[in-house]
Ligand binder design. Structure first.
Ligand code: GP9
Ligand code: MN
Length: 682
């Protein structure tokens, strides 16, 4: 019995060993037979990884496996086609593919050093930049680290020469075996792709589709997938504009044939010749201006400006998926965001009539300032296209860990560093127009310890029966996203107040008009507004719906609550006819016509209106087809509306406004997609 057992064990061990040897044999055989393919794949993945490591020096990037898998997928996919070539031609295929992938890495490596961003083929059409940067790139930017990628084709060539010496290419390879290997490798890349797709997060998907957050895409998808996606997103708008030009052009002409020339009114030219500072106030909503916590206003500075200046209290931003960039587009051009993609990214080569361009014709020097990466929302390209003479971005500011809040340089620091820049512009130019884009008050509003102390709880002093007092605190908005938004907003408001004080001290407010617009709402959950407006101290929860004090905050209230402030202010406005609240409904697309009337410029192809001419007849159209007038808010998805006054609403009115909305959105989209303003240049 014992002997039998021993024998069985021995047998098992031997079979295991044979299996192992066989396995080893197949692995080494695989490596031997596919050495060219493997060299191609490995060097391509290493190149891509080196690029990522050199460019983005952060732990998150170093530890990320996803981009390596994505690079591997691309290399295996491209590599698999090598098998369909005869052995003697295979090297030619691999070396061409390898040089191509190496070039992608090298170009991006150089580009990143220069722009702290990754390259885009759409930049190729912007030849004016090549002249600007070409020499500088050669002289200052190409460094040793950009040349390391060349090792990849060198290694591949060495391997090839060794194989040639060993007569590797003389071996006969049956066609069917070649094909089988090719398809198997192709299938392997397919399986890897599937694995990759199932691990994608919704944020990955949305950022991938938008493509502008280049660093994120490279960090998740690797450089090769980024570049392929870049080619597709760059070509898409060209394809969109290939069909339907004539129809679009006719509709466009008809639309503007019916538009009346602007009328003059008491605000015409009142600001002609004045300098302008425009503040793009990140995520500022109007409804927060009414709020107080423990007797402290959230926005004392904004409220003061609204009190002293011209305050448009029924003003909406009209953004789509392009958020900040969409509001810049509409503010600057009086056009609506595009129906697909974003104008700033997909249509950055189109011709636009813009406020800076029209002021430049009047002799103004124009500039924009934003202490974030210049490629964020493709601003580097778009600000130039919109007519800003100079864009001061992150590289023009000193950003340290201490001065960073949330997405980047804190607003207080941004404003402080902007003052001397504006001062020197003021010394050089007699008329100037500048846009300053704020950053700190940005979702997710989680850097709370840096916003400064602003409790959003309720503190009450209770007198007890024995006459002694006690302080009680109810958490209220503490710990909620909305509460954190108020803290962040309070910080941004303080930054704004400080900025205006410092502008004044620097003598920069004497001949200056300040324009402040909220770029869009904070996009926070409806549920938290319910807590804000219906808080029950006893239960630390929201009041029940049947409580007499319960105020309904439904989806209409939410939509109406997305209003953002618009304030036009000068130092000496208080007490004049300009010091007033304008309550007529107004949209971002009405700003250009309204300012145009005040500063004396006119864009024939504007979609909005001068609010002082159109007054109560105005309508604000939203990119999703919703619209609002003084009388009614219409929701196009639900095909339902909310009446805002006691006046009856006729079906005819709804139909006409829907027709107007659809036409306006079509014309706006066509202007951008078909570049219709390009041949309208006078
Ligand atoms: C980024 C900032 C924010 O630079 O303008 O953009 P958003 O996320 O609001 O569109
Ligand atoms: Mn924004």
């Amino acid at each position: 019995m014992k002997i039998k057992n021993k024998f069985n064990n021995l047998k098992e061990n031997i079979t295991k060993k044979i299996k192992h040897i066989k396995q080893e044999h197949t692995i080494s055989k695989y490596i031997k037979n596919n050495i060219l393919f493997l060299t191609f794949v490995i060097t391509s993945v290493i190149n891509a990884t080196i690029l990522r490591f050199f460019c983005m020096r952060m732990l998150e990037n170093y530890l990320s496996i996803k981009p390596i898998i994505a690079d591997l997928i691309v290399a295996v996919l491209i590599g698999s086609f090598g098998y369909f070539f005869k052995p003697k031609n295979r090297f030619t295929y691999y070396i061409i593919a390898n040089i191509f992938l190496t070039a992608i890495c090298m170009i991006n490596s150089v580009y990143y050093t220069f722009y702290t961003s990754f390259a885009s083929v759409s930049m190729l059409s912007l030849t004016q930049y090549i002249g600007d940067v070409g020499d500088a790139v050669v002289e200052n930017v190409i460094q040793l680290k950009d040349l390391v990628y060349i090792l990849s084709p060198i290694i591949l060539t060495i391997v090839h020469l060794k194989l040639k010496k060993k007569n590797y290419y003389k071996k006969v390879e049956i066609k069917s075996i070649r094909k089988k290997r090719g398809f198997r490798t192709l299938a392997a890349s397919g399986v890897l792709t599937l694995l990759f797709i199932v691990t994608m997060t919704p944020l990955d998907v949305s950022r991938f589709a938008k493509q502008w957050n280049k660093e994120y895409i490279v960090m998740r998808f690797g450089i090769y997938v980024y570049q392929a996606n870049d080619v597709i997103t760059s070509i898409k708008p060209k394809i969109n504009s290939m069909f339907g030009y004539d129809k679009a052009n006719k509709e466009f002409k008809d639309y503007f044939a019916n538009v009346e020339e602007p009328k003059t009114n008491k605000y015409t030219n009142i600001f002609a010749g004045k300098n302008v500072i425009v503040i793009h106030a990140e995520s500022m909503q109007t409804n927060v201006m009414d709020l107080e916590f423990n007797g402290q206003q959230v926005t004392p500075n904004l409220n003061k400006l609204a009190q002293e200046g011209m305050f448009f209290s029924n003003f909406y931003s009209q953004v789509s998926v392009g958020t900040s960039s969409d509001s810049e587009l509409t503010y600057n051009t009086s056009l609506m965001p595009t129906k697909s993609g974003t104008a700033f990214v997909s249509y950055s080569d189109r011709e636009f009539n813009s406020t800076p361009k029209l002021l430049k014709e009047k002799g103004y020097y124009t500039f924009s300032m934003h202490a974030n990466n210049a490629d964020f929302w493709n601003r580097r390209v778009m600000h130039k296209n919109l007519g800003y003479d100079r864009f001061y971005s992150k590289q023009d500011y000193k950003v340290t860990k201490e001065t960073t809040i949330g997405l980047g340089l804190s607003d207080k620091e941004f404003f402080a560093q902007s003052i001397p820049k504006i001062q020197s512009i003021n010394q050089k130019y007699s008329n100037w127009y500048g846009l300053l884009i704020m950053l700190t008050n940005h979702t997710p509003f989680s850097d709370t310890e840096k916003y400064g102390d602003f409790p959003v709880d309720i503190k009450e002093t209770i007198t007890k029966e024995d006459g002694t007092t006690e302080q009680v605190t109810y958490p209220y908005m503490e710990g909620t996203k909305l509460g954190n938004y108020f803290k962040s907003y309070h910080y941004a408001d303080a930054a704004l107040g400080e900025f205006i004080e410092n502008l004044d001290a620097a003598g920069l407010l004497e001949n200056t008009v300040l324009v402040i617009y909220g770029d869009h709402d904070a996009r926070l959950p409806k549920k938290e507004y319910n807590r804000l407006y219906n808080y029950d101290k006893n239960t630390d929860d929201t009041l029940s719906k049947d409580d007499p004090n319960y105020k309904e905050y439904d989806s209409y209230q939410y939509e109406l609550g997305r209003k953002v402030p618009l304030i036009i202010w000068t130092k000496d406005m208080q007490g004049t006819k300009l010091n007033q609240e304008i309550t007529n409904v107004m949209g971002m697309y009405d700003v250009m016509p309204t300012l145009g009337n005040m500063f004396g410029f006119y864009n024939k192809y504007q979609l909005g209106h001068d609010i002082f001419s159109i007054k109560e007849d105005n309508i604000v159209v939203f990119p999703n087809g919703n619209w609002v007038t003084n009388k009614v808010y219409y929701n196009s998805q639900k095909e339902a509306y909310l009446s805002l006054t006691n006046e009856p609403i006729s079906e005819e009115e709804i139909r006409k406004n829907n027709e107007y909305t659809n036409k306006l959105l079509d014309v706006s989209n066509n202007i951008i997609v078909f570049n219709l303003l390009d041949d309208k240049k006078e």
